[in-house]
Ligand binder design. Structure first.
Ligand code: SAM
Length: 277
């Protein structure tokens, strides 16, 4: 049996009794960084048998070895540095190889940064999990443009050195129609949970260096204001925008409609993106 076992995302106590039992009983524990996992195991008094590093560069190779361990009846458990393996973490390839070889894979559920944020987001609509946004601006903007007008909430992970750039792009592309909830340092001493519009959140992060540190998960709410946008824009404003959209790029059409009619740019842009899809 291969177990895929969640570990804490900050607070070391966030680990299940079953996870501790399975880790203690495992013949092999696969982990990302052996130093990080040793700390967790020793904090819980687990005398592990063998720790093997599995990361994105050796996942195929280790997965082949895991098949040998499983064939000799050993219990193997995979953990990552924090949270649930396979969720923006190594593990997918391992599962593919083990499943394809006909062995059983079983989850030991537990902490996950995205699910933790979702649980406090008060969202009663479907959501999608994306993971890390691309590191280059152009690629980021392209993805964000695909999300404009989407009726799904979207979960993303972000690192401290890219949070401001990504938030800036979110403000530019998604505007004010998509509120966001940010979870920073969840379950840790300086946990911050902040619900705001995109530009308010950007300002909040920019204005306090402490809010630029640590680990971030964001949930961009669905385009809940698109209906309000349709309702808020007058028929005259929509008419002007619709006349211009076939002739001009959306940004230009929005800008001219704004100048001619005084309509809110974010609402116009959101309407435009949805109608040109
Ligand atoms: N597998 C993990 C999970 O289940 O959440 C995610 C691993 S991914 C490599 C690490 C990213 O998850 C971080 O850069 C951050 O975006 C997010 N993350 C992890 N721990 C977090 C925490 N305590 N608070 C907020 N975000 C966190």
């Amino acid at each position: 049996m291969l177990y895929i076992c969640a570990t804490p995302i900050g607070n070391l106590k966030d680990i299940s009794i079953r996870a501790l039992e399975v880790l203690a009983a495992s013949d092999i524990i696969l982990c990302e960084d052996t130093r990080t996992s040793k700390q967790l195991l020793s904090a819980h008094g687990i005398n592990y048998k063998q720790l093997i590093a599995l990361h994105q560069h050796n996942e195929n190779q280790i997965a082949e070895k895991v098949l040998n361990y499983l064939s000799s009846g050993m219990t193997v458990t995979q953990i990552s540095d924090a949270g649930t393996p396979g969720i923006s973490d190594p593990g997918a390839r391992l599962c593919q190889i083990v499943l394809a070889a006909g062995y059983k894979v079983s989850p030991i559920p537990g902490a996950c940064a995205y699910i933790s944020l979702l649980s406090v987001a008060g969202l009663d609509k479907p959501s999608l999990f994306y993971g890390f946004l691309p590191s280059t601006k152009n690629a980021r903007i392209k993805i964000l443009e695909e999300w404009a007008g989407s009726s799904y909430a979207i979960g993303i992970y972000e690192s401290p050195h890219r949070i401001i750039d990504s938030m800036q792009d979110i403000v530019t592309v998604l505007g004010e129609c998509r509120p966001i909830i940010m979870g920073r340092e969840l379950t840790k001493q300086f946990e911050t949970i902040k619900y705001a519009t995109a530009s308010e959140l950007l300002e909040f992060i920019k204005s306090d260096p402490n809010q630029q540190r640590g680990e971030f998960v964001l949930l961009i709410y669905p385009d809940i204001l698109i209906k309000t946008a349709e309702e808020s824009l007058t028929s005259e404003q929509i008419k002007v925008l619709k006349l211009l959209l076939p002739e001009l790029p959306p940004k230009k059409a929005v800008s001219i409609t704004h100048k001619l009619t005084g309509a809110n740019k974010d609402l116009l842009y959101n309407y435009a993106i949805k109608s040109v899809k």
